[in-house]
Design a protein around this ligand. Structure first.
Ligand code: NDP
Length: 330
């Protein structure tokens, strides 16, 4: 069963639930906006579906109700943010502009974020950078739910990475993906809705292949693309963990409060100015030729296309009724 909600209803429901959970208004606004953007773009597993988890992490005390994040400009290129146990969208709202300003000035910039709870898609942050004429790369780790290639033991998070390329007269080109075969939210939704997973998505607790989402939730996911996806996931553990002075997914778990919400960890965001790095005013010329050639190839579907179509066409969103009842009960 599904209920139809307007975009305004979705924002208000998210904002009210978060403030009832005790969050200050600024943090609730940032997270509600992120939830709304996900629903608007049809990113179901990172919209309202995440709201009970956000709420639980406020109630358990893991996430600060009134965080006081800080930004330290270590060098012109390195901005170091202490998240003060906040939800990541608050940090993006507060500091992405600083990253944009310094990157436009010197060509490259890193926003290194500590003590933050990331429970959302990553395209909102990379797309914002690209809408401001910059290339963006962002990644974060999670909790150990993925077995490295060859092992039957959880070590990696679902470790998403997003890349955005700016375009002068088009929407930015953006991809945003977990480096596991599936995002965990999609496995949870498949379990809720009684769907099988694709072959190769995960293994049970004994290391046997299975397409049963419940068995995978008790067992573990696999990286996408065999050992190659496994290596990318390893890279993300290092960039979003030790590089920003934070834990990797396995050590994140040691101090995590298991409240169903996001763990506290790090995020790595890299911004680059194509104009300054290429030294060309028409830096986009070759890129546009390439992107157009790629998108015109028969059979190719460009990343971000689904989201951008949804964004301009979805006015009312169909939301799972059980999820809504769960949210109302909060
Ligand atoms: P998908 O596999 O759905 O999509 C990955 C990318 O590929 C998207 O950019 C998507 O574009 C594109 N794409 C999808 N289908 C096709 C196709 N048939 N042909 C060409 N391109 C395609 O994403 P995931 O399930 O891996 O991840 C979902 C979300 O989960 C991400 O936003 C990620 O950031 C988030 N996540 C967050 C975590 C966290 O800890 N915060 C952890 C793990 C994941 P489009 O969007 O247009 O469909």
């Amino acid at each position: 069963m599904k209920n139809s909600l307007s975009l305004e209803d979705i924002y208000n429901l998210a904002y009210t639930t978060l403030t009832k959970g005790g969050s200050c208004s600024e943090q609730a606004e940032a997270v509600a906006q992120t939830i709304l953007s996900a629903e608007k773009d049809g990113s179901v597993s990172h919209g309202l579906f995440r709201l009970p988890g956000y709420f639980n992490s406020l109630k358990s005390g893991k996430v600060n109700l009134n965080p006081n994040p800080s930004l330290h400009k270590v060098t012109k290129a390195v901005l170091k943010c202490g998240g003060d146990r906040s939800f990541a969208p608050l940090i993006h709202k507060m500091y992405l502009n600083e990253l944009i300003k310094s990157t436009k000035d010197i060509g490259i910039g890193v926003l290194s974020i500590q003590r933050v709870a990331h429970f959302a898609s990553l395209w909102p942050e990379t797309e914002t950078l690209a809408e401001n004429g910059l290339i963006g790369i962002a990644c974060t780790s999670y909790l150990p739910v993925v077995s490295p290639f060859g092992a039957s033991e959880k070590l990696f998070g679902t470790n998403p990475i997003s890349f955005a390329w700016p375009r002068k007269t088009n929407n930015p080109l953006v991809f945003d993906m977990a480096t596991s075969s599936l995002a965990l939210g999609d496995v949870q939704i498949a379990a809720r809705d009684g769907h099988e997973l694709p072959v190769g998505a995960g293994i049970d607790a004994n290391g046997n292949a299975t397409t049963d989402p419940n068995q995978v939730l008790e067992g573990m996911l696999l990286p996408f693309g065999g050992y190659k996806g496994s290596h990318l996931s390893m890279m993300i553990e290092l960039l979003a963990g030790p590089l920003v002075g934070e834990t990797t997914s396995d050590t994140t778990e040691e101090n995590n409060i298991d409240d169903g919400g996001p763990p506290l960890g790090g995020q790595f965001i890299l911004a680059m100015s194509p104009e300054i790095i290429s030294g060309l005013d028409d830096w986009d010329k070759n890129a546009e030729t390439f992107i157009n050639k790629l998108s015109n190839l028969k059979g190719v579907r460009m990343p971000g296309k689904r989201r951008h179509i949804n964004r301009t066409s979805l006015e009312n969103i169909e939301v799972n009724s059980d999820l809504l009842n769960k949210i109302y009960s909060l």
